[in-house]
Design a protein around this ligand. Structure first.
Ligand code: FES
Ligand SMILES: [Fe+2]
Length: 445
């Protein structure tokens, strides 16, 4: 691993990964600066603050942040730390407020972060306090199709450049309909795992037939879902692609079947199919025929910690992650369909979800394996599919020959390493946007 500023944790030739990055306190502290202090981070969704003066409490890594919509409708991401001694000025999850008053000495901020009122400003401070320099610390904020991102780094590229060609894939879920999306939640829980393992798992389709065997059998038996097998996975024409730090898996849909969603079963399939058919003209207009009909986003992650749709792996120390699970729904979908997806989402990947429980046990063990003195020196093996990925004529990014591959994992840890070794954004590479974005969908929705 080397000195603090020189990480060499993944061997690209062999896929060996130094597992000390999952438990080492110094590495974790460095991650908070080099990755969470620098990258664009998913922090919320515009639908969580729909009206003027709404706010939603969230996090950028470990830093508490208030996502606000001011009276003029502009979004702000404000560090939830009073500039006087440091108390939190918001102590609840969400609400609607024009001002936030610190309950220690009463400094009061407008919801755009401006420090408006200081008790005793003229008497105690003799009018010598520069209030204009003491607003809540603001991050840069940008949205993509309603998902709000923020970064502390003034030198970070635009969010559009940061997402790059990954957006070509992400659009197929997040930018598919004119009415946009709405976020429900989050459901929150703590997991005794390192945050990176959750992200890495987003492209790990290899584990599904083994880890989720019993869950899948329950689904097959009671919901009429097709069985999951290794054979299906190995023969699958689905794809595994990496773009700009973001890991993608997707189905190349040559039929007219809707994208797999939680809540699908024999009983509900008709509703999903009808909705798919009814919205296809809209999707084609927004995304072009190729993306609307053939590209169905599956498990994926947005660097560093956005996972599986609109869910967050918030670091809480090297051995703990606070998981935020949102359900993201197409706003104009029929209420009955939304209800089915919402319930299906909780049943699969909520805190007590069938699949989530299988996953958390694996992730916990991966983290535990990096704690004992001898075991932690034995590397992980991420060699699957080495040398079997490259450019694809139809799909952007680096695409693996097979759906089952560890290409995305190797590249995720290389991206991590690149951030950790960089002194600034000048040292971090971004692939140029080269995909063809057919249709009318834009960054703004
Ligand atoms: S700490 Fe907030 S007013 Fe003093
Ligand atoms: Fe899983």
């Amino acid at each position: 691993m080397g000195a603090a500023r020189s990480y060499a944790v993944i061997d690209p030739a062999t896929g060996k990964l130094d597992r000390r990055i999952f438990t080492d306190e110094a590495v974790y502290a460095d991650e908070m600066e080099k990755i969470f202090g620098r990258a664009w981070l998913m922090i919320g969704h515009e639908s969580l603050v729909p009206a003027p003066d709404d706010f939603f409490h969230t996090y950028m890594g470990q830093d508490p942040v208030i996502l606000t919509r001011d009276g003029a409708g502009r979004l702000h991401a404000l560090l939830n730390m009073c500039r006087h001694r440091g108390n939190r000025v918001v102590r609840c999850d969400d609400g609607n407020q024009k001002r936030f008053m610190c309950t220690y000495h009463g400094w009061t901020y407008r919801n755009d972060g401006t420090l408006e009122h200081v008790p005793g400003e003229s008497e105690a401070y003799y009018s010598a306090l520069d209030k204009s320099a003491l607003g809540l610390v603001a991050a840069r904020v940008e949205s993509y199709a309603g998902i709000v991102f923020a970064t502390w780094d003034r030198d970070a590229p635009s969010l559009e450049a940061y997402l790059g060609d990954a957006r070509w894939y992400l659009d197929t879920v997040f930018n598919r309909c004119d009415g946009g999306m709405q976020a429900l939640g989050p459901m929150k829980w703590l997991e005794p795992v390192n945050w990176k393992t959750l992200v890495d798992n987003c492209s790990d389709n290899y584990h599904v037939p083994t880890s989720h065997l019993s869950s899948a059998r329950v689904q097959t038996r009671w919901l009429g879902r097709p069985p999951l097998s290794h054979e299906d996975q190995f023969q699958s024409p689905n794809k595994h692609a990496f773009v700009n730090g973001h890991a993608i898996t997707f189905r190349e849909a040559l039929d007219n079947a809707p994208r797999y969603m939680h809540g699908m079963s024999q009983e509900t399939m008709r509703l999903f199919q009808d909705y798919h058919d009814a919205t296809m003209p809209e999707a084609e207009r927004r995304l072009g025929a190729l993306r609307a009909r053939r590209v169905q986003l599956a498990n994926h992650s947005i660097f560093p910690n956005g996972i599986l749709g609109f869910r967050l792996a918030l670091p809480r120390g090297p051995r703990q992650t606070e998981f935020w699970h949102f359900v993201l729904l197409e706003r104009d979908a029929p209420e009955e369909l939304k209800r089915i997806i919402r319930i299906g989402s909780q049943a699969n990947n909520g805190a007590a979800g069938l699949f989530e429980q299988d996953d958390v046990d694996n992730w916990r063990q991966v983290t535990e394996a990096s704690t004992s003195p001898f075991a932690r020196r034995q590397p992980q093996d991420l060699s699957m599919g080495l040398g079997h990925a490259g450019p694809h004529p139809d799909y952007p990014g680096l695409v693996s020959e097979r759906y089952i591959s560890e290409n995305n994992q190797r590249l995720f840890y290389r991206r991590w390493q690149e951030f950790m070794n960089a002194d600034s954004w000048a040292d971090i590479a971004l692939d140029p946007i080269s995909a063809r974005f057919d249709g009318i969908a834009t960054m703004r929705g």
